[in-house]
Ligand binder design. Structure first.
Ligand code: AMP
Length: 222
């Protein structure tokens, strides 16, 4: 049976966004990226956006109450089949999510960890480009646009996120190691974690993710 409430876990640059986008399109789930929601709030200069901006530019975690605010606002719109991409990022967020979903009697039914070695991460992040209009993610070497700077999906302009630079990456990776990585154990203990090897072709990763979302995945995927 298709899983309907999932978390995608993984370091910055592990491919969470790309894989979440595809899985949602193929399985009719809603893609909820707290990074995207926060960037939207920053752009719109909402109170959440104003509160989040400096943390994001520094590569630090935005305070939990701000993140809960933007995410729960979306869930409150009646979204109950989703992939969470970039959330939770620490234990307090994981527990807050569990409480929120338990109250609705709709707990998580899977957590996919995209596993990519640290040595591959920096190149993945610095090469990332994102469409300003539709948010589709590219990579200058691994998934280039057909025409430089132009989104294949919608013709919008692609750009490099200001926190995808080498200066900010080290901080983001340290935050991941210290605060987010322990969630693997948290979800492992709950019997929800499936590790997918994210260090291979995008199509191979997609096939492995697809199998898990479709309910046929191995518990630990090579
Ligand atoms: P992402 O697009 O997931 O790489 O997120 C970009 C930035 O947004 C992060 O470096 C954080 O500053 C912030 N952010 C996104 N999601 C969260 C979260 N769940 N908790 C705290 N900060 C977040």
């Amino acid at each position: 049976m298709t899983l309907r409430r999932l978390v995608f876990l993984g370091a910055p640059g592990a491919g969470k966004g790309t894989q979440a986008e595809r899985a949602c399109r193929d399985h009719g789930l809603v893609h909820l990226s707290t990074g995207d929601l926060l960037r939207g709030a920053v752009k719109a200069q909402t109170p959440s956006g104003v509160a989040a901006k400096a943390y994001m530019e520094a590569g630090d975690l935005v305070p939990d109450d701000v993140v809960f605010g933007v995410l729960f606002e979306r869930l409150d719109e009646g979204v109950d089949a989703f992939v969470l991409d970039g959330f939770p990022r620490n234990l307090a967020q994981a527990e807050g999510l569990d409480e929120r979903l338990a109250a609705a009697h709709k707990p998580l039914d899977g957590v996919i960890e995209l596993d990519v070695p640290a040595s591959a991460i920096v190149g993945r992040i610095t090469g990332r480009r994102v469409c300003k209009a539709c948010g589709t993610t590219y990579h200058v070497a691994f998934r280039p646009t057909s025409q430089e700077g132009v989104c294949d999906n919608c013709g919008g302009e692609t750009y490099q996120r200001s926190d995808d630079t080498e200066a900010v990456i080290e901080r983001r990776l340290a935050v991941y190691r210290e605060q987010t990585e322990p969630l693997k154990e948290y979800y492992e203990r709950k019997g929800l974690l499936v590790a997918v090897n994210g260090d291979r072709s995008m199509d191979d990763v997609e096939a492995a993710v697809d199998a898990v979302v479709a309910g046929n995945g191995e518990r630990i995927d090579g």
